[in-house]
Design a protein around this ligand. Structure first.
Ligand code: 3SL
Length: 243
């Protein structure tokens, strides 16, 4: 079974038997793209926190501290939420405490699921091949923006669902709509997503090129597993490239 949640506000409707489901949290602009990149660049683990203050509490334990609110790096933090800032020089071997507006919240909301992963274009094939092999029902959880629907997360949900639909039954209209959004716009993905409200927010912050970074496919072939508040790379074997 393959279901899609179009906004965190709808998540309670999909929580029955959550312990049997693999949940993929999707916040491609930018939290889940950043998480993939950080692990790909060698970060040891990423702890998610509910507030910037809580994240800062990890500094004395040697963590790098990262916080974003409304697209902006919170003053006083080493890192915000742009994938390209998580360089190997900075993050290799390090533990990171991260809080973001929507993405890290959705990871925490998914606690209790069979497994919880972070998904993005950067790791789409790795994630799809794992989910296909693992066979558990899949719930694609779009983080949206402050409980609202957004274009980019549903677009990605459609891209992932298109890879999964031959393996899982998708009798869920949200999944069908997501696949339709992907199929009709995939050949002009960048132009399409630059129209999104969050891309326009980035334009005001002079960060519009982050959209293109977050559209790069399979550049970070990791499997970020969120467990007990911590994200680590779950890959033990080389992944199968599909899609
Ligand atoms: O909402 C989030 O979690 C962030 O991904 C938002 S931003 O891309 O950092 O603006």
């Amino acid at each position: 079974m393959l279901e899609t949640v179009l906004s965190p506000a709808l998540f309670p409707l999909h929580q029955s038997a959550i312990e049997t489901k693999n949940v993929v949290v999707i916040d491609i602009l930018r939290a889940t793209s950043t998480i993939c990149e950080a692990l790909h660049q060698g970060a040891k683990e990423i702890i998610t926190t509910t507030s910037p203050e809580e994240a800062l509490g990890y500094r004395s334990k040697g963590f790098l501290c990262a916080a974003e609110r409304d697209g902006i790096t919170v003053p006083g933090f080493e890192l915000g939420n742009a994938p390209q800032d998580y360089t190997s020089e900075l993050v290799r071997g390090r533990s990171i405490a991260l809080t973001t507006t929507n993405g890290t919240r959705c990871l925490r909301m998914s606690t209790g699921a069979h497994q919880v992963f972070a998904g993005s274009f950067l790791n789409i094939s790795t994630l799809a091949s794992y989910l296909i092999q693992n066979k558990k029902p899949v719930l694609l959880f779009c983080a949206g923006w402050k409980d609202r629907f957004n274009l980019e997360d549903t677009f990605f949900a459609g891209a992932l669902a298109a890879l999964l639909k031959d393996t899982f039954s998708a009798d869920c209209d949200a999944t069908l709509a997501a696949i339709h959004l992907w199929e009709t716009n995939k050949d002009r993905a960048a132009d399409f997503l630059h129209q999104a409200s969050h891309a326009q927010r980035f334009r005001h912050l002079q960060r519009e090129s982050d959209v293109d970074v977050c559209l790069r496919r399979d550049t970070a072939p990791v499997l970020p597993l969120f467990k007990d508040g911590v994200i680590r790379n779950h890959i033990e074997t080389p992944s199968l490239h599909i899609g």
